[in-house]
Structure formats: structure tokens, C-alpha cells
Design a protein around this ligand. Structure first.
Ligand code: HEC
Length: 204
């Protein structure tokens, strides 16, 4: 119990010093060091996860609203990272895609090594009208393929979006699933099928 007191004192000190600063003037180095300390118990190799890359750095600098030339630079750079399937097929198996969309496992501290990653799409999007539980950070994707007349160019745009969302919207809030190797090429094809296969529950 006694050990809690210094932490409470530290939190109070931080709150006071933050309150003393004008809004928007908090020293980024202070924030960085707190974020890093929050990952203190992370396994080896996880430190990189809290290093911002150039895109994240610029988005943070402009609080996700960079001026147009900066945004264009980000989109152009991120676009070069997108790798399309060599076989030219973007639509996989919607049933596998549904499981990926519903799973938030993989890449967590508590996951056994080798756990297949999910896309956790439902954490942010409504997709199938039949699904009961979903988040609303992202727009609803109900009837996504049907509303786009199952257009192959739209499917390609969705593949790009899932591979690297910042290639579409400079400071996107959606994870870069292909770029960070969270999802494999086949898994991205499968979630694209979940959105674009006429038989998928998303389009019923
Ligand atoms: C952490 C939240 C989050 C997760 C997880 C997430 N997305 Fe998104 N997604 C967003 C947000 C937010 C947007 C729109 C604005 C943006 O990019 O910031 C978006 C946009 C999209 C769009 C474009 C929608 C349009 O208006 O045309 C598609 C398609 C999409 N997401 C598919 C997926 C799929 C498939 C998955 C799972 C593999 C997924 N998203 C996971 C947050 C998320």
C-alpha cells in the first residue's frame, strides 16, 4: 500500500505540471518518455512498437490534420508500400474473412507465439447487419460490396485500404494491416471477399 503513495504523488505532479502548460504546448519528449515507460514490461523487440515513423510523427505534429502538401507527401510515400497479389486476384474466401474480421487475437503480450492474427475489424466497424456487437470508430461497412456494384476497382481500393490505410487517408485511424505484417496477403484477400463477395453476410 505504501508503495502506491509515490506513484500517486508522481501522477499529481505530472497533472499539475501539465495543467501549468498552455494547451498544445506539452513537451513531446515528456509524452514520449511516459509512453515508453508504459511499455516497461514488454518483451524484447517490442520497443520498436512505440517508435513513431515519419508518417506518425507528421500526423502527431499536426494533430492528424496536416496541411495539404504534407498530407499528399504521406499518401504518396505510403502508396509505394502497398504490395498487390502477384496472381492479380484480390478476392479470397469470405468465410475465412469473417473469422479474421471477428478475431482480435494475435500480436498481444498474452498470445502464445505463432497465434494467427485477426483483423479486429468489428472493434471499429459494423459489417454484417446480423452482427450484434461492434465498435463505431470507423464507418459502418454494411452492404459494402453491393453498394459499390461489386466493382473490381472498388475491391482494389479496399485491398489498398486494408494493406495500408495511410495510403488512402494521410492520418487514418485504421491500422496498417499489410504494411505491418499483421495480416498476410491471403488474409487480406479473405477480408476483401468478406466485403465484396455477393454471398457474404455483409451484402445480405
Ligand atoms: C482501430 C479501428 C479500426 C480497425 C481495427 C479497422 N478499421 Fe477500417 N477504418 C477505420 C476508420 C477510422 C476508417 C475511416 C477514417 C480513417 O481512416 O481514419 C476506416 C475505413 C475503412 C474502410 C473505408 C470505408 C469507406 O468509407 O469507404 C474500409 C473498407 C475499412 N476501414 C475496412 C476495414 C477492415 C476490413 C478491417 C479489418 C481488417 C478494418 N477496417 C479495421 C478504423 C478501423
Amino acid at each position: 500500500m505504501w508503495s502506491l503513495i509515490p506513484i500517486a504523488a508522481l501522477v499529481l505532479m505530472f497533472a499539475l505540471s501539465a495543467a501549468a502548460q498552455p494547451a498544445g504546448k506539452i513537451d513531446p519528449a515528456t509524452v514520449e518518455s511516459y509512453v515508453k515507460s508504459a511499455f516497461g514490461k514488454a518483451k524484447d523487440g517490442w520497443e520498436n512498437r512505440v517508435q513513431q515513423d515519419e508518417t506518425q510523427r507528421v500526423c502527431t505534429q499536426y494533430r492528424n490534420e496536416p496541411p495539404a502538401p504534407e498530407a499528399d507527401k504521406i499518401v504518396a510515400r505510403e502508396k509505394t508500400t502497398v504490395i498487390f497479389p502477384a496472381d492479380g486476384k484480390l478476392i479470397g474466401d469470405w468465410k475465412a474473412g469473417q473469422r479474421i474480421a471477428q478475431s482480435g487475437r494475435g500480436g498481444q503480450f498474452s498470445d502464445p507465439p505463432g497465434t494467427a492474427s485477426g483483423g479486429n475489424c468489428y472493434a471499429c466497424h459494423q459489417m454484417s447487419p446480423a452482427e450484434l456487437s461492434f465498435g463505431t470508430l470507423g464507418p459502418p461497412l454494411v452492404h459494402y460490396g453491393r453498394a459499390r456494384k461489386f466493382d473490381p476497382d472498388e475491391a482494389k481500393a479496399a485491398y489498398t485500404r486494408v494493406f495500408n490505410s495511410n495510403a488512402v487517408l494521410a492520418c487514418s485511424n485504421m491500422p496498417r494491416f499489410g504494411y505491418h505484417n499483421v495480416l498476410t496477403e491471403q488474409q487480406i484477400k479473405d477480408v476483401v471477399a468478406y466485403l465484396f463477395d455477393p454471398a457474404s453476410p455483409v451484402n445480405q
